[in-house]
Design a protein around this ligand. Structure first.
Ligand code: PLP
Length: 362
């Protein structure tokens, strides 16, 4: 059997997504995959435990009715956005939301637009679905370049705040893109709750906009996989039609409801991450040859003037200090390390280690 003759055409030249390292064993400080620094609240763990005892043998609600209702009526109520539960899609993490958008809109050969650098899954999914890729390079300062405003295609992905640099794009630019782009514009707001900005209000003005969000970062549920999207109800209906029946598992639904119930406390907690982001930025900026890009997310991108020492920091942090940060071996990113914001304790450990390594190399 020649598998190469059997697999789908796009898979013949496809590179899968490379997730950040998830080490097993104790003692690691993980600042490499932008998880929330804090564990879920005990109240939320309590709700999860009760649900496990009671409901594990049954299928989850395939429509996630309760969560969708609460997302609009409680979680997003203070935001100026759509208010109908039929405008909410829920998925197995934001990644499944993105995949579902491809399932609905992208045929092989259709043009898909996204920016570089940005979240790697846009390009992975585009290759998986055999799309024609138009990857537009962001300006030197990571702002949107002119071609963003007159691009053509089926779907465009904008990540705001953008991973890996952490900066949000402004709503005037996003709205202008929505008006000019002939297809669907997806704004991936995975990190938006750590910023002051959101494109949620634009949903009332642009019917080709989908805003994708997640409970992974804001609510510390990365492992449970719960994401959602808001859009015009006709778009959401199409997405619901193609999803697998039980894509959002029961524990994730229960945990999401519990997070919404405790949202005020969780959002307060997230303010600590924002203030730690400022502290980390200020300290790292005080080193010669190091600068931190302005970030609206729960991570910062650290630039080293001397490219050759970037990997030394990466390796010494890992091998000598058991601290993981992220390096991307990609054009334009060789002299950067992306550092997730941890707890105060973790950030202290990171800064202490950074100081020692800096004494050797900077
Ligand atoms: C920009 C961006 N979008 C989506 C995701 C995936 O999020 P989820 O855990 O909800 O699948 C990530 C994960 O790191 C991300 O950085």
């Amino acid at each position: 059997m020649d598998l190469n003759n059997l697999i789908r055409e796009p898979l013949k030249k496809y590179s899968p997504y490379e997730p950040g390292e998830q080490p097993t064993g104790d003692g690691w400080i993980k600042l490499n995959t932008n998880e929330n620094a804090f564990p879920p609240l005990p109240e939320i763990l309590g709700d999860i435990k009760n649900a496990i005892n009671d409901r594990l043998r049954k299928y989850p609600d395939p429509t996630a009715f309760e969560v969708r209702k609460l997302i609009v009526s409680a979680l997003l109520i203070e935001k100026d956005t759509l208010t109908d539960r039929n405008t909410v899609f829920v998925g197995n993490g934001c990644d499944e939301v993105l995949d579902t958008i491809f399932k609905v809109f992208v045929d092989p050969g259709d043009e898909v637009v996204f920016f570089y650098p940005s979240y790697g899954m846009y390009s992975v999914l585009a290759s998986l679905y055999g799309a024609k890729i138009n990857e537009i390079k962001l300006n030197e300062d990571f702002s949107l370049p002119e071609p963003a405003f007159n691009a053509k295609g089926k779907v465009m992905f904008i990540n705001s705040p953008n991973n890996p640099n952490g900066k949000s794009f402004d709503n005037d630019s996003i709205l202008k893109i929505c008006k000019n782009f002939p297809g669907i514009v997806v704004v991936d707001e995975t990190y938006a709750d750590f910023s002051e900005k959101t494109s949620l209000p634009l949903l009332k003005q642009a019917d080709n906009l989908i805003v994708a969000r997640t409970f992974s970062k804001t609510f510390s549920l990365a492992s449970l996989r719960f994401g959602y999207a808001l859009a015009d109800k006709d778009i959401i209906k199409l997405m619901n039609n193609v999803k697998l029946p039980y894509n959002a598992n029961m524990i994730a639904q229960v945990a999401a409801i519990s997070c919404i119930k405790h949202r005020k406390k969780l959002m307060e907690q997230n303010k600590l991450i924002v203030s730690e982001r400022k502290r980390l930025t200020d300290v790292l900026n005080s080193y010669n040859g190091v600068s931190v890009l302005p970030s609206d997310a729960n991570f910062v991108l650290v630039k080293f003037e001397d490219k050759s020492i970037t990997l030394k920091f990466l390796w010494d942090l890992k091998e000598k200090k058991k601290i993981l940060v992220r390096h991307f071996s990609k054009t334009g990113l060789y002299n950067y390390l992306r550092v997730s914001i941890g707890t105060k304790y973790e950030n202290d450990k990171f800064l202490e280690a950074f100081k020692e390594i800096a004494a050797e190399y900077l």
